[in-house]
Design a protein around this ligand. Structure first.
Ligand code: ADP
Length: 356
């Protein structure tokens, strides 16, 4: 059956807004729905102070939409953003008071898995911390959390008060990962909206304190989690990691489009495993057609932040839990990460309101 906004609205009849007097359907417009094949997203614009009262209604609407045959994924998100107007106090809107002390939230994303997104996030965070910035890393890669291994962090976050947790800390960075609280097999079976709400919770319920920058290691791909974070997470922008191969670039392009669609600036593209520096012969080998990401960045009119060589040390140090930025700060990859960090900082300086 054809999915149209009008039909979806009619499916929500009977769902009432907080207070129980007004139908939800009366408060939403057709263009609050985004229909992408069999995937549906509904954005409900609310008064920022009502977020708690809206949460059960959001869930009910989402369940209703998800149960419709022909819909494989339904996501309902709350936003305090009014049409034609910038976001109004997003922290207040969604109870994200914990984010108030963070100057810039940056998503690190890739179109597909295995391109080195997590490794890049970890080392980029350390490079930024090395510049004297206060840095946090949120491992939102629910399907394969890698920050516990990359930062060699074990153990569980401690409770600060109520449901608020303290992040763990390594090499001067604050780190939170779903891997600290859920065993990864359980995380594997999570899907769509659950992933999105887990990420929301990690953002909201962690006491990050004052940070210059919070890097979010995103799940690979361009799904609901990205959309939710884009809308709720007050993202300053996104960094896209890609390998030079065409296939990865196609995925990277999709990532760029997705962030642009939801109004999140793409701060730049990083080419990982760009070339191979041979420790035996000392020569540089362009195993894949090196330079593809730089060209692609130009084509897409986004910044090219830099290229990280394919280097055994990166993988070995990652497995050891001493990232290459710490273990070998003078190595070629470490220099590359520092360059990327400088470029990212420059890009953030160009953004309003809080420069670093
Ligand atoms: P993703 O987060 O995109 O799934 P990971 O960061 O987990 O990817 O990296 C995938 C694998 O590639 C890991 O084994 C990692 O150590 C390795 N790797 C990442 N970047 C590099 C690099 N520049 N040189 C060598 N190995 C790398």
């Amino acid at each position: 059956m054809l999915l149209t906004p009008a039909r979806l609205r009619s499916l929500l009849s009977g769902v009432l807004a907080p207070g129980g007097h007004v139908a939800l359907a009366a408060l939403i417009a057709n263009d609050d729905f985004r229909i992408d094949g069999e995937r549906v997203t509904l954005t409900i614009r609310i008064d920022g102070t009502d977020a708690d009262a809206w949460e059960p209604i959001r869930r009910e609407a989402q369940e209703r939409l998800a149960s419709v045959s022909g819909i494989t994924s339904a996501l309902v998100v709350l936003t305090a953003e009014r049409k034609g107007q910038g976001a109004v106090a997003p922290e207040a809107a969604s109870g994200f008071a914990a984010l108030a002390g963070i100057r810039h939230i940056v998503a690190v994303a890739s179109g597909k898995g295995g391109v080195g997104k997590s490794t890049t996030t970890c080392n980029l965070a350390l490079a930024l911390a090395g510049m004297g910035l206060k840095v946090g890393v949120l491992d939102a890669d629910i399907y394969g959390p890698s920050m516990p291994r990359l930062f060699a962090l074990k153990g569980q976050p401690t409770v600060k008060s109520g449901r608020i947790l303290n992040p763990l800390e390594a090499y001067g960075c604050k780190v939170m990962s779903i891997g600290f609280v859920v065993d990864s097999e359980a995380a594997m079976i999570w899907r769509g909206p659950m992933v999105a709400s887990a990420i929301t919770q990690m953002l909201r319920d962690i006491d990050w304190g004052a940070l210059d920058i919070l890097l979010i290691d995103m799940p690979p791909g361009t799904g609901d989690a990205q959309l939710t974070l884009s809308q709720q997470g007050r993202l300053a922008g996104a960094v896209i990691v890609s390998t030079p191969q065409d296939l990865a670039l196609i995925d990277a392009r999709r990532g760029v489009t997705m962030f642009r669609d939801v109004g999140v600036p793409v701060l730049g593209l990083v080419e990982n495993m760009s070339y191979f520096l041979c420790d035996a012969c000392g020569k540089r080998h362009d195993i894949f057609a090196h330079g593809g990401a730089r060209r692609e960045a130009e084509r897409l009119a986004i910044a090219f932040l830099g290229e990280v060589p394919l280097d055994m040390e990166v993988r070995r140090r990652s497995d050891d839990g001493v990232p290459v930025m710490i273990a070998a700060p003078d190595s070629a990859p470490a220099k590359a990460y520092r360059l990327i960090a400088t470029g990212l900082r420059e890009r953030l300086r160009g953004l309003q309101p809080a420069a670093i």
